[in-house]
Each structure stands twice: as C-alpha cells, then as structure tokens.
Design a protein around this ligand. Structure first.
Ligand code: NDP
Length: 435
C-alpha cells in the first residue's frame, strides 16, 4: 500500500485476491520463496502519456493516457481501453490486475493489461471522438502489436472508437494485423464479440443456477448500466425466457414492470449506440416504465441481478436489499461492481455469487478467439463462436467449483476463481525464473 498511495480500487482488488490465495502460498514454499504474490502486484510497465486534441470550436484539450502492462506470463498483454472522466492510474491498475486472473481463467494464452484516458466522450461529436482516438493512438501505437499487447474496448470504447483507433494504428504502422480486438466484422472482427460479455454473464448464471437445479426461464432480473454489457445481457435473458426489469446510467434507473422485451431493447440500442441519449428517455417512450433519478436498480425485487455498469456500484445496503427482496443469484458483468462488504452480505446469505473475473470473462475470451482468427486469416461462424464461448464459461465455472467448493457443498466462487487463476500464473512465474 505504501508503494501506491491513494490507489483505493487497486488495493481492494489485490486484497481480495491475497485473502483467497494466501493459504495456497503458505502451503507452497516455492511460491513463498519466489515472492509470487508481491511480483504479481507490481506492473511489468506503465506507459503514461499526454493526449492533445482540438474540439469542434478549435479549443485545445489535454487529457491523460495510460497503458498498464500487468504481466505477459501466459500470453501477450490483453485488456480493454476505458475512456471515462473517472479514469486514473489506480483504477487502471485494479482493472489490469483483475485482467491477469480473468484471462488466466479463460484457458487461452492471454496476459493482463488495461489502459485508457480521463477523456469524457459524453456530448462529443463523431469528429471530436475521431480526433481524440487518433491522438490517443499516435501516442500508443509503438507499444502494441498482435504478439505484444492487444487492447480492446471497455467503458466509453465501443465499435466506433475501435474503428478510429485501428484506422490510426494502420495508418501509422502500415500494418493490417490483429493489434486490437472488437473490430468490425468486415475488417477482422469476430462474430459475437459485441455480445460475448453479456451472453457469457448469463451463461455463467445458468451454470451457477444448475448447481441448485434451477434455470433462467421464468426468472426476473435486474440489470444495471445500459451499455454494451447490459444490452447483450438482456438480449440473452430474453432468449432464455427471463424478464429483465431495469436498465440504468450514471443519472438514474428505469424500471419496466412488463420487462424489457426484444422490441424495447432494439429501441434502447438505437438510443444508446446511435443517438447516444440518456436512459431516462425510455419512460417517455414506454409509459408503464418508471424513472428513478439518481438511483441504482438494487431496490427492485428480482430473482437474479446482473451488475453491468462499473466498479463499486453495489454497496452493503444494496446487497442487503437485494437479498431481503429474494434475489438469490448475482452474476457480475462489470468489473468489481460489488464492494467487499456487499460480497460478504451475498456470501453470508448463501446466495449464488459469481464475481466479475469469472462471470464476465466471456468478452476477453472471444477477443482471444478474434486474435486466433486474425493470426490464421480466417473467420468462424456465429454458431461456432457461441459454442466455444459457452464451453469456456462452463469450464470457468467448473474450475471455480474445483477450487471453491466448501465442505458443505456451497461454492465460494471468489475463492475458486482466484485460486484457479493464481495457480496457473504462479507456476508460469516459477518456471520462467526471476524476471
Ligand atoms: P459502456 O460504456 O458500453 O456502458 C457503460 C454503462 O455503465 C453506461 O450505461 C454508463 O452510464 C454506466 N456507467 C459507467 N460509469 C458509471 C458510473 N461511474 N456510475 C454509474 N454508471 C456508470 O461499457 P461496457 O458495457 O463495455 O462496460 C460495463 C462494465 O463491464 C465495466 O465495468 C467494464 O469494465 C465491464 N466489462 C466490459 C467488457 C466488454 O466486453 N465491454 C468485458 C468485461 C467487463 P453513462 O452513460 O451515464 O456513463
């Protein structure tokens, strides 16, 4: 902590992993001697840079850009880029740290990294977004490449931004190769990459529910956020016969008692991805829905909850309310959305709780498949990718059970995910020497 003061989210993420894996480290002298845990908590390298761009009125803006390379022990650095005013070094170190474990769980050859900027895309024109992305990539392009570091999207970085970033990378390097994932289908993207994180979070919930002989059909669900992960979580919930009741953004939550069916979801996708409007507009279009300004969805009674917006968006009181209202399964589409106290509440209540690094690994898994397709100059069908995604989510679940089942049969998915991922990384560290 003394070495990285003020990086609250980073400390939170490291603390959670250390708590889970400490018994494994203590039982293994080789891990202790090689100081595996300490080495994992220090990034291989942090690249920080200035991003200068001009808005539509010619006014000049200066933002901070970052790429945190946590480690590449089991594959090239891999992790998304986040454009959001809350981005700082501590947030990106937490995300890069989580990414090591998540990527390890996918069973693919992927190291851990994260990057981004404190740039706020809200209210910016397409031209401004393009110029910002070009300025960002002009600083970053020397440090990425298909077998070095392969960024992707995250909050504020979707298909449009990946397009502008890739265009500038291609222009500067003269290379067309898989240096970014989340690309458009007709120039190197993978089928199902946009859907993968949301679909994966629902597949993970399905696996958790199956341990209690339950299914998704007929259940009600609360979903937070209204971006990429939230949208495709709802699409898959609908396909499997559940009813999604909520969506949110940083201003508030909409509650639709009739459920956000596919037709309403298509309207939301147009609102968020094309018109870039606010979720509040939903209640003007769909009159039975209610808007809760400044609120999150967690007071709405539900069977299943899918936090899909941002870190620490489920606090202790939210968790208590969810449990009191009968929620018995939480599958995290977002990264670290529940505070440590909220996680305690879920675990003490004995409900099914799937932490983000396991439940939302579907996105990076399909990014890994996109890298493989680019390297082999081929494209796999939607059905084939979906089958692989499903298989990967099942194997992550199985790994969590192997390492996280308590004597009474209840699965601690946090411990399971952390230990399963840690052992693979720690062994790679021992085998590769003191570097
Ligand atoms: P998007 O930018 O598409 O959507 C983010 C959503 O979350 C928006 O509705 C946004 O609302 C809301 N949000 C963001 N920050 C805050 C905040 N501080 N408080 C309240 N609401 C907020 O991002 P994604 O859907 O891609 O990402 C959502 C989460 O999923 C993140 O935690 C991300 O790290 C994680 N994730 C994403 C993956 C992916 O493949 N995209 C993969 C794995 C994890 P607003 O418009 O008001 O900002």
């Amino acid at each position: 902590v003394g070495q990285s003061p003020g990086e609250v989210e980073f400390h939170q993420a490291v603390h959670e992993v250390a708590e889970s894996v400490m018994p494994v480290v203590q039982a293994n002298p080789a891990y202790r001697e090689a100081r595996v845990l300490e080495r994992l908590a220090v990034p291989d390298m942090v690249i920080m840079f200035r991003v200068v761009w001009a808005d539509d009125n010619g006014q000049v803006h200066v933002n901070r850009g970052y790429r945190v390379r946590m480690n590449n022990l089991v594959g090239p650095y891999k992790g998304g880029l986040r454009f959001h005013p809350s981005v700082n070094l501590g947030v990106l170190k937490f995300l890069a740290f989580e990414q090591i474990f998540k990527n390890s769980l996918t069973t693919l050859l992927l190291g851990g990294a994260k990057g981004g900027s404190d740039f706020d895309p809200k209210g910016r024109s397409d031209g401004e977004i393009m110029r910002f992305c070009q300025a960002f990539m002009t600083a970053l392009f020397r440090y990425i490449g298909p077998d070095i570091d392969v960024p992707a999207g995250d909050i504020g970085v979707g298909g449009r931004e990946i397009g502008y970033l890739f265009g500038q990378y291609r222009k500067l390097t003269g290379c067309f190769h898989g240096s970014l994932t989340g690309k458009s289908l007709n120039w190197g993207g993978s089928n199902l990459r946009p859907e993968a994180t949301g679909y994966g979070a629902v597949y993970f919930a399905e696996e958790m529910l199956a341990t209690r002989k339950e299914g998704i059909a007929g259940k009600t669900a609360t979903v937070s956020g209204s971006g990429n992960v939230a949208q495709y979580t709802i699409q898959k919930l609908n396909a499997l016969g559940a009813k999604a009741l909520t969506l949110s953004d940083s201003n508030g939550t909409i509650v639709d008692p009739d459920g956000i069916d596919d037709e309403k979801l298509a309207w939301v996708m147009e609102l968020k991805n094309v018109r870039r409007g606010r979720i509040q507009e939903y209640v003007e279009k769909f009159r039975k829905a209610e808007y809760l300004p400044g609120k999150r969805p967690w007071s709405v009674p539900c069977d299943l909850a899918f936090p899909s917006a941002t870190q620490n968006e489920v606090e202790e009181d939210d968790a208590r309310q969810l449990v009191a209202n009968g929620c018995f399964c939480v599958s995290e589409g977002a990264n670290m959305p529940s505070t440590p106290r909220a996680v305690d509440v879920f675990q003490e209540a004995g409900i099914l709780y799937g932490p983000g690094k396991a439940a939302n690994a579907g996105g990076v898994a399909v990014s890994g498949l996109e890298m493989n397709q680019n390297a082999g100059c081929m494209k796999r069908s939607r059905e084939a990718v979906d089958e692989q995604l499903r298989g990967i989510m099942c194997s992550i679940h199985e790994n969590c059970v192997t390492y996280g089942a308590n004597a009474d049969g209840v699965v601690d998915y946090v411990r399971g995910a952390n230990i399963a991922a840690f052992v693979k990384i720690a062994d790679a560290m021992l085998q590769q020497g003191y570097v």
